[in-house]
Design a protein around this ligand. Structure first.
Ligand code: ADP
Ligand code: ASP
Ligand code: MG
Length: 836
């Protein structure tokens, strides 16, 4: 106990039960935090006796590690890190203590830091850093925080004393991750704390080997210290005070929708923390479980939150309906693969493998062996990979020499994800659901393991996909509402209408379809808006900012890939060939594509083939209904006919609103050039009506239909009659073109009249028959559905084996922002229902 002058100390917490309170680094991260922690302790002392276990202050262990590593490498900047540590602790002390009370605390801190300086300087001089010296260096973090807290408790008139756990917890000499001698440690703790007054402030994380040298319990080991003390002292509860509201169904910092778990069992907590749930040290459950002491996870930043209670079994009045309790992940593992035909049926290979790794203290995180016995796959910590490989190569040297076992392969940059739950046992379909959701998101599972207790399915995947996998698995098992993430290209008419429609309908989709359509990106060539949680659809225009890097569609693709959100759909609302050219890259990156842009499906044959190949190889979807006839269900109808075994004999149709209008008016007796002028003035045509009259866009749609029927067609194969006379093409101004166009009026009038004599009319229409596609002015019987078109309607007539006498007709408006956006939206929802 430090000497504190002129104020009295209260010995609270004399009666009641005893609890262990462990405070993590962020809970002690500043003077303000230490005051808060003191208040928590003070309040608890009204009912219970409290033993406090502390971690080092936030970041301190990392800084200590960095200083030692730098010193060992001969980098003198280790001194700056030590200065930073000194400043940090001094400034916290300066805020906590004033007047006479400050000096003794500064003296304590200084004495710890002087020792630390000497040690690190020694490492610098020797250029040598053993696990033993590192443990010693790291131990100062907890010593300093415990000193500060116990002094501050005293300052607040709460009797307290500092206790160095390394004097009590006995371990082996595995300095970084020491193995605790529970029996000896518990005896020491009981003896030392057989009776005590006030609050004990214990250094977490540190222990000592039998010879008294300092060891550590592994990163995050203060939780373990708390549990060891709790079990030794027969505490009624071990409370782990941290920076989140409790144990969540997944790390809340990585899975935004993670839920708090009010209760979990010891077994579940153990599985989850072993597989990376950092909120609790993996070994911390054991002592508590053995002694039957509940462990509580509470938030020191939000004491009102109930937290999580970890016990042997769930309270009887709580029933869990979900098979999965939680997910966790280890973001860096390596796989070691031992394989070879010589392993089959040879007993003892596994035993040799595990024994030699165990005797070298290599911790195996995951094991998988298929029944063929041809290979055994292990996941281990990357820091031990090289050592493990060497050990195994030595052990199996002769088998490798005789080629019975293949040379060992190490695979790096992997993550392990564990899906955990007591209720998974005997619950069919969990694996199926897990693999389906991963598959649809293009996440390849490299290795799998499930124990026979069926409490944990562990998978190993590429570490790049870790967050995406956590989020999609979590959504699949825990949430009734699913998300799709949209990245839109283009901010023109179609995009505007689409945003309007999503915004208007989003609420209903959530309510009725349990689907949340989140627009995470909008971009045109100059501007971009990005927000993984959803751009505000009412104000998306003001969210657009100039693109400073990641230019063009390739840059946008890169951003989308880096974000790597689950259920991502790229929506092309541009008319850009550059964008269409990248569709295969999206698909191969497992990003689904919805496009209103024809330049992919009507692009040159090599692009069309690349898209087709990418669709085949990818699990992502590609939909383009609006490429032909905007919102009209033409492509889907065609697919349904084909997929249900109908044979398509021919497709006829009018797929240009402008040309439809012109010929429908002509049929009423108008003059061609006047109708064109009228259409242009009403805005039905492109600014230069020749773009419509050339038939180019119409031809692209027939090209797409022809390709859908399986014909190898290029744009040039579609016979396309242009209505722009040869001599009016090229540079002629629009006004002059319109003036001169009257020269063709007579021809149309005569043609219409002559057709009428045969019970026919003329229309600009397209047809596909016997592998040949053509568009142009055609005579059609007055009884044909095409002759009945009005306004700017589009129409497609499918003549098939089933629809031979009366062809199947799809008719309606074939252009316009709203209908096109509606078609795009419908495609998005189609993909969403596949994905979720
Ligand atoms: P402390 O410093 O209090 O020991 P840690 O950083 O060691 O805190 O552990 C708390 C962190 O654990 C949380 O901030 C959270 O990001 C992470 N975490 C990982 N998995 C989970 C989970 N399933 N539930 C809660 N937190 C988790
Ligand atoms: N300070 C140690 C670490 O950062 C132990 C702990 O926080 O529990 O790993
Ligand atoms: Mg921790």
């Amino acid at each position: 106990m430090i000497e504190v002058k002129s104020h009295f100390i209260v010995n609270k917490g004399m009666g009641g039960s005893m609890k262990i309170f462990k405070f993590g680094g962020t809970s002690l991260g500043s003077a303000g935090r230490i005051k808060k922690v003191t208040a928590i302790i003070g309040e608890a002392l009204d009912h219970d006796k409290i033993v406090v276990v502390v971690s080092a202050i936030h970041r301190v262990t990392d800084l200590l590690l960095e200083s030692a590593t730098k010193a060992c490498g001969g980098d003198s900047s280790y001194r700056m890190i030590l200065n930073e540590l000194e400043q940090l602790h001094h400034s916290i002390a300066g805020e906590l203590f004033s007047g006479d009370l400050l000096e003794p605390v500064i003296v304590l801190i200084r004495s710890e830091l002087t020792e630390l300086n000497d040690f690190v300087h020694g490492i610098f001089l020797l250029r040598e850093l053993s696990e033993k010296s590192l443990a010693r260096v790291l131990s100062y973090g907890e010593r300093l925080s415990a000193r500060l807290l116990s002094s501050y408790l005293e300052e607040q008139h709460i009797a307290s004393f500092y206790l160095d756990a390394s004097k009590l917890i006995v371990t082996d000499t595995n300095y970084a991750d020491a193995l605790v001698d529970s029996h000896a440690s518990e005896l020491n703790i009981r003896k030392r704390l057989a009776s005590f007054d006030g609050v004990v402030v214990v250094t977490g994380f540190i222990a000592s080997a039998p010879d008294g040298t300092v060891t550590t319990l592994g990163r995050g080991g203060s939780d373990y210290t708390a549990s060891i003390f709790g079990a030794a002292l027969g505490a009624t509860e071990i409370v782990i005070w941290t920076d989140v509201d409790g144990f969540f169904s997944a790390d809340p910092k990585r899975v935004r929708d993670a839920r708090i778990l009010p209760y979990i069992t010891y077994a579940e907590a153990m599985e989850l923390s072993h597989a990376g749930a950092r909120v609790l040290h993996p070994l911390a459950v054991q002592p508590a479980m053995k002694a039957g002491i509940p462990v509580l996870i509470k938030n020191s930043f939000n004491i009102a939150a109930e937290g999580t209670r970890i016990e042997r079994s769930m309270p009887s009045d709580i029933s869990r309906t979900l098979p999965v309790t939680g997910l966790s992940s280890i973001n860096k593992v390596v796989l070691l693969n031992l394989s070879g035909s010589g392993m089959v049926g040879v007993p003892g290979i596994a035993s040799r493998l595990f024994s030699c790794l165990a005797s070298n203290r290599i911790n195996i995180i995951f094991i998988s062996q298929a029944s063929s016995e041809q290979s055994i796959t292990l996941a281990i910590n990357p820091a031990q990979a090289v050592k493990a490989k060497k050990i195994l190569e030595d052990e199996f040297q002769s088998e490798i020499g005789f080629r019975q076992i293949d040379p060992l392969v190490i695979r790096r940059n992997l993550a392990l994800i564990a899906v955990v739950g007591n209720n998974m046992s005997g619950h069919p379909g969990v694996s199926a659901q897990l693999f389906e959701t991963l598959g649809k998101n293009g996440i390849n599972v490299i290795a799998v393991a499930q124990g026979a207790n069926e409490m944990n399915i562990s998978i190993v995947i590429d570490s790049h996909h870790e967050d995406k996998a956590l989020n999609c698995i979590h959504e699949s098992f825990f949430l009734s509402q699913r998300k799709v993430h949209l990245f839109i290209a283009g901010t023109g008419t179609i995009a505007k209408s689409l945003i309007g429609q999503i915004s208007a309908h989003r609420h209903n989709l959530k309510k009725d379809n349990d689907l949340d359509v989140v627009v995470c990106g909008m971009a045109n060539t100059g501007n971009i808006a990005l927000d993984d949680n959803g751009i505000d659809l009412q104000n998306w225009q003001s969210a657009l900012l100039p693109r400073v890097d990641h230019h063009d569609i390739d840059g946008y693709l890169q951003i989308i890939k880096e974000r790597n959100l689950h259920n991502t759909i790229f929506v092309d609302c541009t008319a850009s060939a550059k964008v269409a050219d990248v569709y295969p890259d999206f698909l191969l990156g497992n990003i689904s594509v919805v496009t209103a842009n024809k330049l992919g499906m009507a692009g040159q044959w090599p692009l069309y083939q690349r898209i087709k190949d990418a669709r085949r190889k990818s699990n992502a979807r590609f939909l383009y209904e609006t490429n032909v006839g905007a919102g009209l269900p033409i492509i889907n109808t065609l697919h349904d006919l084909k997929n249900s075994g109908d044979k398509i004999i021919s497709i006829d149709g009018v797929l240009s609103g402008t040309l439809s209008f012109i010929f429908n008016e002509l049929r009423k007796g108008g003059r061609f050039s006047e109708i064109v002028r009228q259409a242009q003035q009403a805005g039905y045509t492109e600014p230069d009506p020749r773009d419509d009259l050339s038939g180019a866009d119409f031809a692209r749609k027939f090209l797409i239909l022809g390709r859908e029927l399986g014909y190898t067609l290029e744009y040039g194969d579609v016979v396309c009659e242009s209505l722009v006379p040869e001599e009016y093409r090229g540079e002629m101004p629009v006004a002059e073109f319109l003036d001169r166009l009257s020269s063709v009026d007579e021809w149309y009038a005569a043609e219409t009249e002559s057709a009428a004599k045969d019970g026919m009319t003329i229309a600009y229409a397209g047809e596909i028959r016997n592998g040949k596609a053509s568009i142009g002015v055609k005579r059609v019987p007055l009884s044909s559905p095409i002759a009945g078109l009005s306004g700017s309607e589009n129409m497609v007539v499918f003549t098939t084996e089933r629809y031979r006498a009366t062809p199947l007709v799809v008719r309606g408006p074939g252009a316009g922002g709203e209908v096109t956006a509606g078609g795009v939206f419908a495609d998005i929802l189609r993909i969403a229902s596949y994905l979720v």
